[in-house]
Design a protein around this ligand. Sequence first.
Ligand code: SF4
Length: 406
Amino acid sequence: MPAIYTLRALEQFTCTGAECPLSCCTRGWSIQVDAATLAKWRSLPEPDVRERLLDSAISTHDKGKQFFVLKHAGDGRCVHLTEAGLCGVQARFGHESIPATCQEYPRATFQPESLQLKTAFLSCPELVRLVLQDSGHDPFVVAEDGLSDADRSERARLGDSVNAIVNRLLSMREAALNLRVYALATVVAELDAYLGRAGGNLSGAVTLIEKAFEGAGARVSRLQQLQRKGKYKHNKALAGCFWRLTYAIAHRGPGSDLVPEIPGLSALCAGAVESDADERQRDIKVYRTVVRQYQAVSAQTRTALDTLLEQYLRVKFVNHGFPYALHQDDHVATFLDCVVPYVLLQVLLGWQAVEQGGDGLADVALTIAKVETVLGIHNAKVFPQIEKHPELRPLEQSLGSLVELC
Ligand code: SF4
């Protein structure tokens, strides 16, 4: 019986319907109309209503299998969304008559490795608002599986020990969140190097992570000292490359207009996913722009953002089944899948705070939901870029600038 992780925010969640600033019914998503829903629609007694509903389910094929998806209007709105911003099918026939996906969203159930997750997609602004409201508390209730260490597989033990160090490092609030995330990146890099050398010796990997857990305080203090003395050296071009790719991932493809553009950075990063001859100089400029922009954010706002983004990251790591699930045994890719949206949010939210004045924190939940929407379910946009840009993978290099931005 795997341990069950349940997202606390789900207990309080109620869809805000017509009040939602980013309704899931307007985003052009491909929503499957499941067989049970089609059967309900086919059994409706009024022929014209029945035909209208069945007409809204378009037949399509994938890998030789036929299925049906909901029709959209040209602007991405579901054809059943009324002028009042409510679901017409739900209003007339009840919640049980809408497709299972619509009934479920934003709730999501996954079973990565030795876990069972009852969680939610962070693309729903109301759900994110509830998650952030709970900042400072563990966002998940965990029902232990009752297995002893001896009964657990080595793979499950490694997962447990990695989860423990994620929680330990993220909890060290005496250090800035960027520094905690970087400290975690160094642990992931060590794990990856060890597994590469040791040919997947999981028991040695558990020992390595347990030692890292014991030395977590010293690891963070060491980084803090280097940072305070300005002695932390990193490759500015590579750091800039990381920021540029992160920014470009969000500003390309469907939905990218949801994520606000930062004027100076947008100009530098335009068309930036492909390389060009002056890449190094451009990346150094990107790096300097990010540092300048980050330094414009007040210390008070940065601290408040740290608290909110820490909570976001906690849910993100669990949702992505870190260290294993999203990209199987590729710990680095799964880690980057969580951290790329985090660094992007940091730049966007910092910029919004400076632009809007005040504490700039009013729209954090909405900005997170927008970024999650643009990156796609399971960050579908991020992984292809990680594969295409191996320079992102040496985490100690590519994420080095996080130590400076504290
Ligand atoms: S995004 Fe969330 S709150 Fe908004 S309409 Fe969809 S389920 Fe409701």
